[in-house]
Write a protein that binds this ligand. Structure first.
Ligand code: ZN
Length: 279
């Protein structure tokens, strides 16, 4: 009975964007004087991730929680105790400044998301959380082969299956893209989703990080058509049976266009476990 109940469980969607901008609130501007280039780089924020998050939230009728404060001020996607470790500026900032930043920016953001999840789970719902990010196409001189990455915990069945379906649906819609799982990072490493996984079992909480390669960003955003593909593929993945005919049509179109291409299709690979500090 319990499993049957779980299958019909209400789903509460939440979309978050921890690295949506590179704002530095005025009180901390003196700390960042002369750091405009660093703030504008991938170390300052995730270009394109904010608008993708908004589109995902609209399509899923999800609660949306975003921040446009730079990750160089406070890293919202790190667990307590690690939120300043990756910033060369905040690592050496006075402790009262760091406490202020935590109180005003880190805690409210984290508490908003945690409260949503706690309320939904207490009401008997299962939470599906998509955290929107983007990654730099080249790190330490190495070109990253992948257009989109889906990060999850392979030991959590619902996350694994959702990401497999999302990967397949997106590959069908965008046959020229390389869609990878647990690339360029592993989903289990420290992040907001892995923090929430430690608090909720796999039947109550499904957390996935979406990573879009920043090579797709034009004028600060991922183009609308490409965002639409990511969103449509997730919708297919969440309701595979209801939309099977649309997927089939998309696949038929994909096969037709593949036969017309002169070059061979891009090689797709599954999980990759090269793990570095996230950038
Ligand atoms: Zn990010």
């Amino acid at each position: 009975m319990r499993n049957r109940h779980r299958d019909r469980q209400h789903v509460a969607y939440i979309v978050t964007c921890e690295h949506g901008g590179n704002d530095i609130p005025a009180p901390y501007a003196p700390l960042f004087r002369g750091q405009a280039r660093l703030l504008a780089s991938h170390r300052g924020y995730d270009p394109g991730a904010l608008l993708t998050a908004r589109d995902l939230a609209r399509a899923l009728h999800a609660t949306l929680v975003v921040s446009t404060v730079s990750r160089l001020l406070v890293e919202l996607n790190r667990s307590p105790g690690r939120q300043f470790r990756f910033s060369p500026i905040m690592r050496s900032a006075p402790s009262d400044v760091r406490d202020d930043v935590c109180r005003l920016h880190y805690q409210p953001y984290r508490e908003k998301v945690e409260a949503f999840v706690a309320r939904a789970v207490a009401s008997g719902a299962r939470v599906v959380h998509v955290s929107s990010h983007s990654f730099t196409p080249r790190l330490d001189g190495i070109v990253r082969r992948g257009d989109v990455g889906l990060l999850y915990d392979p030991a959590r069945t619902r996350e694994r299956e959702l990401c497999l379906r999302w990967q397949r649906a997106l590959a069908a819609l965008r046959p020229d893209w390389i869609v990878r799982r647990n690339y360029p990072y592993i989903g289990k490493s420290d992040g907001f989703t892995s923090y929430l996984r430690r608090r909720y079992d796999g039947a109550s909480y499904v957390g996935v990080e979406l990573e879009v390669n920043q090579k797709h960003v034009r004028n600060g955003d991922v183009p609308a058509g490409e965002r639409a593909s990511v969103v449509a593929a997730l919708r297919e993945a969440l309701a595979p049976r209801a939309r099977v005919s649309r997927v089939s049509r998309a696949r038929r179109r994909t096969r037709a266009s593949a036969t017309m291409r002169a070059s061979p299709p891009a090689r797709r690979s599954g999980a990759s476990y090269r793990c570095e500090s996230r950038d």
